[in-house]
Design a protein. Sequence first.
Lengths: 196, 196
Amino acid sequence: MTSRTAEAPAGPPNPRRAEILGAAAELFARRGYHGASIGDLGRAVGLTGPALYRHFSGKEAVLAEMLLDISERLLAEGVRRAADPDPERALDALLGWHIAFALDNPALITVHERELDNVPEPQRHRVRRLQRAYVEEWVAVLRRLSPGLPDERTRAGVHACFGLLNSTPRSAAGLDRDAMGGLLHAMARSALEGVR
Amino acid sequence: MTSRTAEAPAGPPNPRRAEILGAAAELFARRGYHGASIGDLGRAVGLTGPALYRHFSGKEAVLAEMLLDISERLLAEGVRRAADPDPERALDALLGWHIAFALDNPALITVHERELDNVPEPQRHRVRRLQRAYVEEWVAVLRRLSPGLPDERTRAGVHACFGLLNSTPRSAAGLDRDAMGGLLHAMARSALEGVR
DNA sequence: TGCCGATGTTAACGGCCGTTAACAAGTCTA
DNA sequence: TAGACTTGTTAACGGCCGTTAACATCGGCA
């Protein structure tokens, strides 16, 4: 039994897989899932289209693995940072994490935000659960920070805050990374204070 | 000379065209430009695919007209509201306008945000100019409100603010329209204060 | 009444898409 | 050295896409 069309990455991390996933993220972000063909993905890493099937079971599998990976990474570190006993520091740590991720992986953030509907069904549910859990980490911290607020309002506020933070890839402003990070941090902090 | 495949809406407003544009906005927003076929668009208004060519010169023309219309509406009313001599009131008016538009036309806002790259070239440039002009209305108001701030930072802040406001369609939260509008207004105001 | 423009339909086109088949070359090992 | 596994290629498939052609129907008007 070999890893011909492995669905889950079990063995040693295959560098070719990672290379394909990186190129696919860029293409999916720029042109949308349906706007990027298998041939495009292959060409982006110096291969022909059909060669992709040596590493993934199909186009949907590429997207599914990409979104699962993002959601897991966001959640894992999110849980870690939200654990700070001081809710103020926890919130700043969450903001720092999400902002760093968005600035370092603009394509991933874009795909994560837009393409969930194209993930086939067994995995879509898992991604949705991970995304929801990530949101709940933020909600829990905000609840500690200002209890008594209706959860629905807090949740809506967190979603709006993500909209602000994830806008980074669209506004390739003339600001350098640190300035942009600082701006986003300040704006998001203020916006969340505006919720209560 | 009839209006067989009119590019620009000149004569009386054709209700069929408007109907198609509305259905197309919904489909483009939900599945992306490349994810919705001409057959889908036709079916959504009770027609077959080829019937669309009686009203538009092609699929790209549908998208182009949609984005031009949105950009023009946003800018026209934006100019009007930004003209308030009191910059505080001008900002609140801009916020109110953009929030109302986003809450009333979530599909349009989504398409406007995502699908510019699929607009063919003569019109893409016009849309970009209109979008830029709209942003500059906001920047001008903010400049009056806190002069001395570098324009680059202000512009980045406006883009981030749009990210917050335009996140509405993605967060179908359990809040009713007025509560959601109030929340977005409060968060955006605070976020923009965080810029300075 | 007879025509004509407007607005539909179905049938057919060329092309690109995702995917599979068949084959080739390199590498590792018994 | 012979075989097997891995990873690539090119060729071919069925299908859907955007678009055009050819034809039907209907309402308004000379």
